[in-house]
Design a protein around this ligand. Structure first.
Ligand code: AMP
Length: 187
């Protein structure tokens, strides 16, 4: 009896390998001791960038998202093309003072001090199912605050998605329980 053939690598794992190879490590940026994962080198490879945006769009489709939201600023690079490809609405999670209309805010703690993000209060209708996108999960503070903000606006977070998860920082533990989390590349 013949054994089953080894399945080919899934497109997602193949994509992950290529994205991992494309990401540039920049030591000591923005301050000593931080190894910055620079995704501009992914953007420089047009076909690869397009595939990463399709990966976000596929996730949004599979999760039944009705809306996408991107976190300033590198989250915009992936949320916006994915939303446009699906013809779905896009909402922006921004730093304070950038949005012109009435906003809702959420503060969160950093290693030293606090930070704040904002969304327009009319970003979603009440029954919105939202995919939240950012380039990278580190401690999880930013995405956790974004989830709180989306929920505060009455919408449901059905998926959070990242290009990179620095899993040694255990950012997933800070995210709300029960929300599906996907990342293309984990370190
Ligand atoms: P955090 O709130 O700690 O999960 O940080 C996530 C945010 O900070 C994301 O928007 C990232 O763009 C940025 N970030 C944090 N650490 C890094 C890193 N090592 N390389 C690149 N971006 C980072």
């Amino acid at each position: 009896m013949s054994t089953a053939p080894t399945p080919p690598a899934t497109p997602a794992s193949d994509l992950a390998t290529r994205v991992r190879a494309a990401i540039r490590d920049v030591p000591d940026f923005p301050k000593p001791g931080i190894l910055f994962k620079d995704i501009t080198t992914v953007l420089q490879d047009g076909p690869l960038y397009a595939e990463v945006c399709r990966w976000f769009a596929d996730l949004a489709k599979r999760s039944g998202a009705t809306h996408l939201a991107g976190i300033e600023s590198r989250g915009f690079l992936f949320a916006a093309p994915a939303a446009a490809a699906l013809g779905l609405p896009l909402a922006l999670v921004r730093k304070p003072g950038k949005l012109p209309y009435r906003t809702r805010k959420c503060s969160y703690s950093l290693e030293y001090g606090t930070d704040c993000i904002e969304m327009h209060e009319d970003s979603f209708p009440a029954d919105a199912r939202v995919l939240l996108a950012d380039d990278l999960l580190a401690t999880g503070g930013t995405m956790s605050a974004a989830c709180s903000l989306v929920r505060d606006l009455g919408a449901e977070v059905v998926q959070v998605a990242f290009v990179v998860d620095l899993s040694f920082l255990n950012g997933r533990a800070r995210l709300p329980a029960g929300v599906p989390v996907e990342a293309l590349v984990r370190y």
